[in-house]
Design a protein around this ligand. Structure first.
Ligand code: CP3
Length: 348
């Protein structure tokens, strides 16, 4: 076992399945409305304006490091930010709402796949600034992108559908419009993630939040090949890839074939089972229910110890939630989570 690792080495080694002193810890949506300091920076500007404002985005990206003790920083942005550059008119209220849902071939053909340096220069600047800020303390920087299926689900429905029935109907009808849309989005995602790595992201996470709504056959046919193409197109020696699917308990073995270095699981998956079944091939991330952060600190600490033990058979484990922090997540609960993770090293 190596001695004291820097936070960057710890995360990269866990992603690659190399020995670590203890699992690294960060939280999905660790910068957000549950922090009063976030709400203060967000005052008076729209969410999209904040994503484009390099100063504010850098500030809120860094907030969780000091305020809640996380060990990695994730770019502050949203999975829909690069979609605006394709020519889609969308707004956040607070979730994404698309002015004209994409249902017709002409709409797909009209979508541009712009160079991220032209369409989202601010995202790349935020990453460059963050990487410089984090260099001294050797804290790792994560970039991210939405995955084609999840982006497409919102683009065809126009807003969050409860169970995204429309996109699922398109899947079962073998829609050429959906196929065309997914193709454009694969191109977008590959270019976007490559540019993020170029700008300083050391790990990248692909959010396919809603792919878990599909059955195994549909996931295998419509989604897995896209994940595989994205994984192949990226230089993962330079930046490991994490794949997140919500509600993907029935897909874990297929996700492990995606080519991603790490599979990020939601709270409904038994981590110990996943560690035994696919943990030899891929590292795992997760998977505490964000609602568990409302429990007293001792219970959170016990849950972290149980997760760490469950994840031990896997080649690597990154401690995280099973989904993002919620607007009403108690700050104290987030602190208890990271503190318990850091304490794991001392107990060994
Ligand atoms: O993890 C992070 O801290 C990085 C930033 C990040 C945000 N959204 C910030 C955000 C990331 C990685 C996302 C991903 C995202 N966005 C996903 C995939 C993962 C997931 O959480 O399911 C999806 C489906 C979206 C779309 C989206 N954006 C929704 C549904 C919402 C509203 C939900 C909510 O929290 O109200 C957003 C808005 C959004 N994205 C906020 C933040 C901090 C809230 C914006 C605000 O301040 O009003």
């Amino acid at each position: 076992m190596p001695g004291e690792l820097s936070p960057t080495e710890r995360l990269l080694r866990a992603c690659r399945g190399e020995p670590v002193d203890r699992p690294p810890v960060w939280l999905m949506r660790q910068a957000g409305r549950y922090l009063p300091e976030y709400r203060r920076v967000r005052e008076g500007v729209s969410f999209l304006e904040m994503c484009r404002d390099v100063e504010r985005a850098v500030e809120v990206s860094l907030q969780p490091l000091r305020l809640v003790g996380t060990e990695a920083v994730i770019l502050f942005s949203d999975i829909f930010v690069p979609v605006v550059g394709m020519g889609v008119d969308l707004d956040f209220r607070p979730g994404p709402v698309v002015a004209e849902p994409i249902r017709r071939r002409e709409q797909v053909e009209a979508l541009r796949v712009p160079d991220p340096r032209d369409s989202v220069p601010f995202v790349l600047e935020i990453l460059r600034r963050l990487r410089r800020e984090l260099a001294a303390e050797q804290v790792p920087l994560l970039g991210f992108s939405g995955a084609p299926f999840t982006l497409a689900a919102y683009l065809v429905e126009g807003r969050r559908g409860k169970e995204f029935e429309e996109v699922r109907q398109l899947v079962h009808r073998g829609s050429e419009v959906l196929r065309g849309l997914l193709e454009r989005l694969v191109e977008l995602v590959v270019g976007y993630l490559r540019a993020q790595v170029e700008a300083g992201a050391q790990v990248v996470q692909l959010f396919d939040t809603w792919a878990g709504l599909l059955g195994r056959d549909e996931y295998r046919e419509w989604v897995l090949p896209l994940h595989q193409r994205i994984a192949k197109a990226l230089d993962r020696d330079r930046a490991p890839l994490i794949l997140y699917v919500k509600g993907g308990a029935h897909l874990v073995d297929l996700m492990a074939e995606s080519g991603a270095d790490v599979i990020s699981l939601d709270w409904r998956v038994e981590l110990a089972d996943a560690a035994r079944s696919v943990g030899g091939r891929v590292s795992l991330q997760g998977n505490l229910d964000p609602c568990a952060l409302a429990a007293p600190p001792e219970r959170i600490a016990a849950a972290v110890r149980a997760l760490a033990a469950a994840g031990r058979p896997a080649r690597g484990h990154v401690l995280n939630l099973g989904h993002g922090c919620l607007p009403d997540t108690p700050v104290e609960g987030v602190r208890a989570f990271t503190a318990a993770a850091r304490a794991l090293g001392a107990e060994r």
